[in-house]
Design a protein around this ligand. Structure first.
Ligand SMILES: [Zn+2]
Length: 285
């Protein structure tokens, strides 16, 4: 054990009623810490990678790190390629990745559908699963992106989109947004219930940082399966480093700082994992 395909991970979560966090990682440390926590909690997790992070974490090194560290824990660990605009961006990752996201959500509906379908047709024969997005998850810095239901996912269109594209999972917009939120999000749970009833593929919540814990848990309880988290981990990591230095851990140089920051950052990861596990399952301890 325990590297696993993300789609298998999500289907299990959907069947058993818990949520799987996907943490986008920037370096060896954050990847290894996410996997360590998954092992300690006995719950699956996905490690996310964004192509724009390549200057910080070489993609091949990232994939090797995830697969090696995954082999040391019982919990299933997935590796997912987050937001990509086209197949050209995906192609170099296919040697090492078996789960990708194609994001055509800012395109008109028909163009999003055609783009997603074309990526699915290339990826499925290679055993690569594809996440798509319908409705548009915008920026937490924009009140309109958070509160205007015109950006939210239409349940009827979602059913049509999944059937027409063959995508394996679907990211939806219900008042969630990327980055830090200018106003506290108030997720549209009625819409979540409608989309959940309309499609059978695992649903994905992007912008999982800054959403109040009870709303996060409620999404998991209502059948949302994957929860993308970057900002909370990224900022939590920085805060942990600052705190370690303020406490004098830097007297031992980077070794002291990283060892102190590790425990603090792991708690940020653990907290997200626990609020997505309302029945307190520990399936792989
Ligand atoms: Zn996203």
């Amino acid at each position: 054990m325990a590297y696993a395909n993300c789609l298998q991970i999500l289907k299990d979560a959907q069947a058993k009623g818990y949520g799987v966090p996907m943490f986008n990682v920037l370096d060896y440390e954050s990847a290894a810490w996410v996997i360590e926590v998954a092992g300690e909690e006995g719950m699956p997790v996905e490690v996310g990678f964004f192509h724009g992070f390549a200057p910080s974490f070489d993609p091949i090194a990232a994939a090797l790190t995830v697969k090696e560290m995954a082999s040391r824990v019982k919990a299933p660990i997935g590796l997912h390629l987050d937001h990509t605009p086209d197949y050209k961006t995906i192609a170099p990752f296919l040697k090492n990745w078996d789960s990708v996201m194609i994001d055509g959500s800012s395109l008109p509906y028909e163009e999003n559908l055609a783009l997603t379908k074309s990526v699915v047709e290339i990826c499925h024969p290679m055993g690569v699963s594809v996440e798509a997005e319908l409705g548009h998850v915008g920026s937490g810095a924009s009140l309109d992106d958070i509160q205007n239901p015109d950006h939210y996912t239409d349940p009827k269109k979602a059913a049509e989109f999944v059937a027409a594209t063959g995508c394996d999972s679907l990211a939806i917009a219900i008042g969630n947004a990327h980055g830090q939120y200018v106003a506290a999000p108030n997720l549209d749970f009625g819409r979540l219930a409608e989309v959940r009833a309309a499609v059978d593929v695992p649903l994905v919540l992007h912008g999982g940082s800054g959403i109040p814990d009870e709303q996060f848990s409620k999404c998991a309880a209502m059948g949302m399966s994957k929860f993308n988290v970057f900002t909370d981990l990224n900022m939590g990591y920085v805060e942990a480093v600052k705190k370690a230095i303020a406490a004098g851990a830097d007297k031992r140089g980077m070794l002291g700082v990283m060892l102190a920051a590790k425990e603090e950052t792991k708690e940020v990861i653990r907290h997200k994992m626990r609020i997505l596990n309302p029945n307190d399952l520990h399936l792989y301890r």
